[in-house]
Design a protein around this ligand. Structure first.
Ligand SMILES: O=P(O)(O)O[C@H]1O[C@H](CO)[C@@H](O)[C@H]1O
Ligand SMILES: O=c1cc[nH]c(=O)[nH]1
Length: 232
């Protein structure tokens, strides 16, 4: 047991899917895993382990934002021996050509989060995806005929930005979309020499104003999950 995860060593698989929403974790476990067993409900952050195509896989919510996912990633890696951390999240599009329900692989994460500025004494650190997981996700998507986009994403500390228009600077510099955890996840994984990848489904667009419902964000987005599960 760690401070935030009520499990024993061995209860959690080496590969874990990490949605922000714990109810999406429950939906993934109940929809895709054989014999899912609940290993955590501390703070309602539901975590399950089951099998997918005969391989042991876990799924657990992370909550929202860099501090929350950093706590869970740290404990999963250091206390439970997790080796492959795959975030499956929702994201807002920054580009006209990135449309609702598109899938984006985060090659790298720009951020306005202060944690790495603090960690690296004011210097820049570029949190990047693990190449092996990235390549496997690209190959899996191709074999399943699932179109994907890939590039730089923005990990924001704000969901409701004071200046809505501020996204346009990132958009101009080629950033594809916004979410709130990847820079933290990639940094913690790198620190501990384990693998991480973020797969996102576009849930809304800052460009067009389109949105999906919270129920859709909880229980759809199957293509992203089907790619992630093949990485186990
Ligand atoms: O759908 P999840 O994985 O929670 O991801 C996105 O959704 C939340 C905001 O609604 C943030 O956590 C953001 O990163
Ligand atoms: O962090 C997020 C996630 C989805 N949509 C957004 O606008 N921001």
């Amino acid at each position: 047991m760690s401070i935030h995860i009520d499990a024993k060593k061995g209860d959690i698989a080496e590969t874990i899917l990490l949605p922000g929403d714990p109810l999406r974790a429950k939906w993934i476990a109940e929809t895709y895993l054989e014999n899912p067993t609940l290993f955590n409900k501390v703070r309602g952050m539901l975590g399950y382990t089951g099998t997918y195509n005969g391989k042991s896989v876990s799924v657990m919510g992370t909550g929202m934002g860099v501090p929350s996912i950093s706590i869970y990633a740290h404990e999963l890696i250091t206390q439970f021996g997790v080796k492959n951390l795959i975030r499956v999240g929702s994201s807002g599009s920054y580009q006209k050509h990135i449309k609702i329900r598109d899938i984006v692989l985060a090659m790298a994460a720009s951020s306005n989060s202060g944690v790495n500025e603090l960690r690296f004494s004011g210097a820049d650190y570029a949190p990047t995806a693990n190449f092996e997981l990235f390549q496997k996700a690209v190959d899996t998507a191709k074999s399943k005929n699932i179109p994907i986009k890939a590039g730089n994403v923005f990990t924001s500390d704000e969901f409701y930005a004071d200046d809505f228009e501020s996204y346009k600077k990132w958009s101009k510099f080629g950033v594809l979309c916004v979410e709130m955890e990847t820079a933290g996840l990639y940094t913690v994984a790198a620190k501990h020499n384990v693998k991480a990848l973020t797969i996102l489904t576009i849930s809304d667009s800052l460009v067009t104003g389109e949105v999906t419902t919270s129920k859709e964000r909880e229980t759809t987005f199957n293509d992203m999950i089907e790619i992630a599960l093949e990485l186990a």
